[in-house]
Unconditional design. Sequence first.
Length: 144
Amino acid sequence: MILKKEAPQKTKRTNSIIGLLLFTTSIVLILVTGPLGFIYGIIHSLFTKKLSGVGEYFLKIAISIDQLGNVLMQHLLNILWLKKGGYKFGNRDETISSVIGKNKQTNTLTNFGIFIDKILDLIDPNHSLNSIDYYVEPNQNNSI
C-alpha cells in the first residue's frame, strides 16, 4: 500500500445552522437504519468469514466509536488527561488510544491519563503505544 502524504488543508468555516442540521440528520439516520445495518453486518460477516469475520466487524465498529469519542469528548479529555503542551484530543481521524499513546511517549499524561492507560494495558498490553497512528492529518492546534 502506498501512502501519499499531503499538506494539511485549512478547515473550511461552516455555517452553524448547516452543522446543526447535518448533526440532527446523522442522529436520525443512525437511529433508524443503524440497527438493521448492524444485524445485517453480523449475518453477512458470519456467512462470509465465520466467527473471525464477526470479530473483525466488531473491531471496525469499536474503532469508529473510539474516533467519535475522541471528537465528542475532546474538551473534557484535554483538561482531565493531558498536561500543558500535550498532543490534543479531537482529531476525527484518530482514536483516543492513539492520542494517549502519543502523550505517553512525551510524558504529557496527567495522573488520571496514566491511570486510564494502565487500564488499557490490563486489557491489551502496550495498547496505547501500539495504537499510535502516524498517518493522521494533524489538527490545526495539536498542543495545549
